[in-house]
Write a protein that binds this ligand. Structure first.
Ligand code: HEC
Length: 207
């Protein structure tokens, strides 16, 4: 037999469920009564803290768009890199021209730099003075690919597919390719005895 409602206190039937003998609240809904058991302070602090943090987070990252998530930062940096890559490629392509190679060929510093590149990368096939070994003689008045300075540059940069001549544009910094092309233009017409002439006859470049 259940005791009459009036007699229920924190000490009776459901005493085990009450915390620290919490007092009963005054209200009574069809016999259902409630202990005054507030959530502990630490719990309320964490709850309130999360609510405040969520508000701040939503405001900062979404509403005001002040902050950027890692994903957004990554995308921005990637886009930046991609756009710069295109700009770099275009600038580099635009910087090399017949005129630029002519100027570079007249600049002793450029030619000297190009000679250093030549000595370290090209002598195995074109010999130390360019007279040719596996590769053609670069000092005679014949040219395999094209006739101009730009043609020399293009062959050096893109290589000659199917031959031992590599695409040096993929191996060396652009500045080195330009410098070594400038150096090669200064070799033409030196006519150093070596590999016999290959390709079509060309004239010496104007110094
Ligand atoms: C592994 C050998 C090898 C190396 C190293 C090499 N070349 Fe060549 N090069 C060749 C060959 C072979 C050809 C001829 C390609 C052909 O028959 O179309 C050639 C062609 C060229 C031509 C075109 C000449 C023409 O008459 O059109 C130039 C210019 C040239 N090389 C410059 C260079 C420079 C500068 C370097 C160093 C950065 C270099 N080469 C390194 C083998 C080489």
């Amino acid at each position: 037999m259940t005791p009459p409602i009036e007699t229920i206190t924190a000490d009776t039937a459901i005493a085990d469920d009450s915390e620290d003998n919490a007092p009963l609240l005054a209200h009574d809904y069809d016999g259902i009564r409630e202990y005054d058991n507030p959530m502990p302070g630490w719990w309320k602090s964490i709850f309130l803290g999360s609510v405040m943090f969520a508000g701040f987070y939503g405001l900062y990252f979404h509403l005001l768009d002040w902050g950027h998530t890692d994903g957004e930062r990554y995308q921005t940096q990637l886009a930046d890199y991609e756009s710069k890559k295109e700009i770099r490629a275009r600038a580099e392509a635009a910087n090399v021209s017949e005129a630029a190679l002519t100027t570079a060929g007249r600049d002793p510093k450029m030619v000297e730099k190009g000679e250093l590149v030549f000595k370290s990368r090209c002598v195995s096939c074109h010999a130390d003075d360019g007279r040719g070994l596996i590769g053609p003689n670069l000092t005679d008045l014949r040219q395999l690919h094209g006739t101009t300075r730009m043609d020399l540059y293009t062959t050096i940069s893109n290589g000659a597919p199917g031959t031992a001549m590599l695409a040096w544009g993929e191996q060396l910094p652009q500045a080195d390719v330009v410098a070594v092309a400038a150096f090669v233009t200064t070799l033409r017409g030196k006519n150093i005895a070596g590999k016999s002439g290959e390709g079509q006859p060309v004239t010496r470049f104007e110094p």
